[in-house]
Design a protein around this ligand. Structure first.
Ligand code: SF4
Length: 445
């Protein structure tokens, strides 16, 4: 009988992509996916610690597995991701004796070698990792995703060498390491062969792709290479950083029809002193100039950002700079977060978390209401427009898909629309999604 594996993933797209690669390695080893942890022979918990709440959730999920291990000592439990980090797991091993394997982010090696050689070995070198993850150069999707998954993520840069004072990622994912172009193209091809139509290239600062590979292509160059992969209809990339967003990248987006005009560029705060204390490396004026440049070269594009409210020392006046910049720039998305000190970061070590929880929530709510109004107005401009939508899946009887500008659209249809890019006419808009009707009958697949 097939041995089964279950993967529990929390956190960012990078974690989703990492879990997919662990799944691929386990599929290669003959394991089959189960959605029910109780049925599994191997359970992988891929964790996030970007906020205390995420860390608590991961530990809670882990401890809920203990009875399963007590009942079945042969069950293999693998703790992976940012809770483990790149600095090894000695401390965790003492605290969590019922966990069999501890794996750094993006590294399926320890689990694969534990299952194949009965011993834990970290596969630090890329070639060995690649051999385990992509035997015969194929990234195998779990059975239930083959032919079903329309949009997939491909990590292109692991880690981050920037040092934002609030961020735990460099401590948990290590310094930036770009992946070889061949691996990325190999994955894109194998995903396309399994029905994937859209690829999102991932990096903490994706614009820095290739900076550590002499004579290798940068992100703009990589986009041009991936653009030639047959079967891939749409390409996206995230997350950008204002300091590394080059002119050639904008040219590539403007010239390459498969590259979608949607940008993810965190500003984090509006006030220059707060940005300085965050060590972001740019000013509000720099960010405004970048947005103007992007909108000039890619008219009609969409821009998303990240904002932290209540950073140590942030006064109400400084917060109002964030409010003002969002009101002026009218961005399509703002991922909002309240500052949460992360153990080990510079801000947690050197700065007082002096903005009260109530005040953080007040500022958060103010920006939330502002963005809801702005995005509602932006989306209202789509009403009656015809836009191209890539359909991903059926949710509660309606087809869900996205426009090139990453807007969420729902359509009623009895036909099989999965993986099709079809023109739709927008009939209703709201701040978070739209409804539309098919302009013409879909191709019967
Ligand atoms: S750029 Fe800053 S916020 Fe982003 S991952 Fe790197 S250190 Fe963290």
């Amino acid at each position: 009988m097939d041995k089964k594996y279950h993967i529990w993933t929390e956190g960012c797209q990078m974690n989703v992509a990492d879990s997919q690669r662990v799944g691929s390695a386990l599929e290669h080893l003959g394991y089959a996916f189960t959605g029910n942890a109780e049925e599994a022979d191997v359970i992988v918990l891929n964790t996030c610690v970007v906020r205390q709440s995420a860390e608590d959730k991961a530990l809670g999920r882990l401890h809920s597995l203990r009875p399963l291990k007590d009942r079945n000592p042969n069950l293999v439990i693998n703790l992976m991701g940012c809770l483990v980090g790149v600095r090894g797991a000695e401390k965790l091993q003492k605290k969590l004796p019922f966990v069999d394997v501890f794996s750094p982010p993006s590294d399926p090696g320890p689990l694969v070698s534990f299952l194949t050689q009965g011993e834990i070995q970290s596969l630090v070198d890329a070639e060995t990792t690649r051999r385990f993850m992509m035997m015969d150069d194929e990234l195998v999707l779990p059975l239930h995703e083959r032919g079903q998954l329309v949009s997939a993520h491909i990590p292109v840069v692991y880690g981050c060498s920037h040092a934002c004072t609030f961020c735990i990622i460099p401590y948990r994912r290590g310094i930036e390491r770009s992946r070889p172009v061949g691996d990325i193209v190999g994955e894109a091809r194998s995903l396309a062969a399994q029905g994937v139509k859209e690829i999102t290239l991932l990096g903490q600062i994706v614009d820095r792709y290739g900076k550590d590979i002499p004579d290798g292509p940068n992100l703009a160059g990589l986009l041009r290479v991936i653009h030639e992969v047959e079967g891939i209809e749409r390409i996206r990339f995230l997350t950008s950083h204002p300091n590394y967003f080059g002119e050639d990248l904008l040219d590539a987006v403007a010239e390459l029809p498969k590259v979608m005009p949607h940008f993810e560029i965190p500003i984090q705060a509006g006030d220059d002193t707060v940005l300085e204390n965050m060590k972001r490396g740019y000013t509000q004026a720099d960010y405004r100039r970048l947005v103007d440049k992007i909108r000039a070269k890619a008219p009609g594009c969409s821009i998303a950002t990240d904002i932290i409210v209540g950073f140590p020392g942030e006064t109400d006046e400084q917060f109002m700079e964030t409010y003002r910049v969002l009101s002026d720039l009218r961005l399509d998305v703002a991922h909002l977060a309240r500052y949460s000190p992360r153990e080990g970061t510079v801000s947690a070590r050197r700065m007082d978390d002096d903005v009260s929880a109530e005040e953080k929530m007040r500022r958060f709510r103010l920006l939330e209401a502002l963005q809801e109004q702005i995005v509602g107005e932006i989306n209202a401009q789509y009403l009656g427009q015809t836009v191209e939508v890539l359909f991903e899946e059926k949710v509660k009887g309606r087809w869900k898909g996205r426009t090139p500008t990453n807007k969420l659209v729902f359509v009623e249809s009895e036909d099989e629309l999965r993986g099709q890019i079809l023109p739709v006419s927008v009939t209703w808009t709201g701040p978070w999604s739209m409804q539309a009707s098919l302009v013409r009958q879909p191709v019967t697949l």
